[in-house]
Design a protein around this ligand. Structure first.
Ligand SMILES: [Zn+2]
Length: 104
C-alpha cells in the first residue's frame, strides 16, 4: 500500500494541506491504514479528541465523509472522526463502559 508521506500528514494535521492532499490522506485512512492513523493521531492534541462529541459528529459525516472536505468542514475535525473509528478498541474503552470502581 502506498502511504502518504510524513510531510503530507503533518500538513494535513496543521490544516495547510491542499484539498487534493487532504482527500488523499482521508481516503487512505478510510481504507483502514492503522499505522498512518496512529501517526496522524500522534501529531494531534490527544486531549482535544472528545469521543462523546465525535460520536455524534460521526453520524453526520458517515454518508459523505470525503464530500465533507469539499465544504466548510475542517479536514482535521473530519479526520479525528475517522481516527476514532479506525482505532476504536485500540486504546480507549468504549464510552458506554462504566467507570472502574467497585462498590464496597
Ligand atoms: Zn498508510
Amino acid at each position: 500500500m502506498e502511504h502518504p508521506s510524513d510531510e503530507t500528514l503533518k500538513r494535513f494535521v496543521a490544516g495547510t494541506a491542499a484539498r487534493d492532499e487532504s482527500r488523499i490522506v482521508v481516503a487512505h485512512l478510510l481504507k483502514g491504514c492503522a499505522s498512518c492513523a496512529r501517526k496522524v493521531r500522534d501529531l494531534m492534541q490527544p486531549d482535544e479528541v472528545r469521543r462523546d462529541l465525535y460520536d455524534s459528529v460521526l453520524n453526520r459525516f458517515d454518508r459523505g465523509l470525503v464530500e465533507g472536505l469539499e465544504s466548510s468542514i475542517s479536514p482535521v475535525q473530519t479526520l479525528r472522526t475517522v481516527l476514532n473509528r479506525l482505532l476504536e478498541g485500540d486504546h480507549q474503552p468504549p464510552p458506554s463502559r462504566k467507570p472502574p470502581y467497585r462498590e464496597s
